[in-house]
Each structure stands twice: as C-alpha cells, then as structure tokens.
Design a protein around this ligand. Structure first.
Ligand SMILES: Nc1ncnc2c1ncn2[C@@H]1O[C@H](COP(=O)(O)OP(=O)(O)OP(=O)(O)O)[C@@H](O)[C@H]1O
Ligand SMILES: [Mg+2]
Length: 205
C-alpha cells in the first residue's frame, strides 16, 4: 500500500484520475481509501464549508491557513494514518502541498510559517508520491465553466497562475517525490502515465 497525494488547480482532473486509479487498484484486489482535503472527516467537512463558502465572514489569509491546518490534523489522525496501518492504499485529493501553493503562492503568506504548520498538522506524515496535474489557469477555468464557483475558484486568473507556479516550484525542489503530469492530455493518457510510474517504482500490484 502507498499514500499518494494528488495536487493541481481546481478543474485540473484530480478527481477523475483518483477515481480511475482507485478502480484499477480494486480490480487488482487492493484495499483503497479515497479521501480529500479540506474534509475527509465530519469535522473536516464542517471546516471545508467555512473555507469554501461564498457567504458569511471570509477568513483572513492567516485564519484560512489555520483552518486548513485543523482539518488536516483531524484527517491525518482519523483517516490517513489508520488506513495506512490497515495496509490500505490512500489516494488523497489535495494535501499539505496545497497550503504551500495556495497560501504561499496565492495569498503570499510566508513559506516558513506554512512549512511549520504543515509539519505540525501532518505530524510529519508525508505521501510516498505527489502527483501534480499541471494545467494553466486558463485551461482550468475553461473546464469549470457552467459550475457554481467556490470562494477560491472565484479568485482572479493571476491568483491561480501563482498557485500553479507554487506547485511547480515545489515539484522542482524534490523532483524524485513528484510526478508532474501535463494535465492537457486525455484522462486515459494520464491514467497510463501514473500506472507506468507506479510500475517503474515497483509499487504496482
Ligand atoms: N484529462 C482531461 N481532459 C479533459 N477534461 C478532463 C480531463 N480530466 C477531467 N476532465 C474534465 O474536467 C473537469 C474537471 O475534472 P475533475 O473534476 O476531475 O478535476 P478536479 O481537479 O477534481 O477539480 P475539482 O475538484 O475542482 O472539480 C470535469 O468536467 C472532467 O470531466
Ligand atoms: Mg475534484
């Protein structure tokens, strides 16, 4: 079993790739947990609503970061670590890299504060692999047309371009821990590239 975190802009194809990967693993007889941030627990889902709603008192950037941290700590202790202890695969839609990309890249908070908070919230649990679905803000917006946008999705184009740049910088810092996929490819191509990577690493069942 492995812990894989999927990252990228909203609309980049994370959910699609997670669903496909989970079903491939299940056909191989593997136990799989798919989960997401913010959320993944009852408390986390309540925090998710506070973070993504477009009504009420919007959190200032530091409050936003702390809410993510609280949801993440609950998620790690209640869902991710227990699943890994039970030898299950964990496919997680967003994890601590999202806080670096969105709160440092997007909101321009200090990177050191975010790194500290991420270590605290995750209790230093890191995924075995990060998968970045790399897509321009323009392409991501095009895919989201017609849906009701949450508080982040309503941010301007340049916010999302900074988030994308934040992700790419993180992947460049630790290239062996990141699989960067060109998210303009078809869902089937992306699925094949991910499975090829897992096979290369000797992780595919
Ligand atoms: N490789 C792809 N090429 C083109 N369109 C895609 C691809 N993967 C997913 N899509 C479509 O793009 C939209 C967003 O995909 P998806 O929901 O998987 O992305 P996401 O990263 O989970 O974003 P969000 O969580 O914001 O919905 C969906 O309409 C989906 O059908
Ligand atoms: Mg999704």
């Amino acid at each position: 079993m492995k812990f894989i975190a999927f990252e990228g802009l909203d609309g980049s194809g994370k959910s699609t790739l997670i669903q496909g990967t989970a079903s491939e693993l299940k056909t191989k007889g593997q136990a799989v947990v798919t989960t997401r941030e913010p959320g993944g627990t009852p408390l986390g889902d309540e925090i998710r609503n506070l973070l993504l709603r477009t009504t009420g008192d919007a959190p200032v950037p530091r409050a936003e970061l702390l809410l993510y941290g609280a949801a993440r700590a609950q998620h790690v202790d209640r869902v991710i670590r227990p699943a890994l202890q039970e030898k299950k695969w964990v496919l997680c839609d967003r994890y601590s890299a999202s806080s670096v990309a969105f709160q440092a890249g997007g909101r321009t908070l200090q990177r050191e504060s975010i790194d500290w908070l991420n270590d605290f919230a995750t209790d230093r649990l890191r995924p075995d692999l990060w998968v970045l679905l790399d897509l321009s803000a323009e392409d991501a917006f095009r895919r989201m047309q017609g849906r009701t946008l949450d508080r982040f999705e309503r941010e301007a184009r340049d916010f999302h371009e900074r988030v994308r740049a934040g992700y790419r910088a993180l992947a460049n810092e630790e290239p062996r821990n990141w699989l960067v996929l060109d998210a303009r490819q078809s869902a089937a191509q992306l699925q094949t590239e991910l499975i090829d990577e897992l096979q290369t690493r000797g992780w595919w069942p």
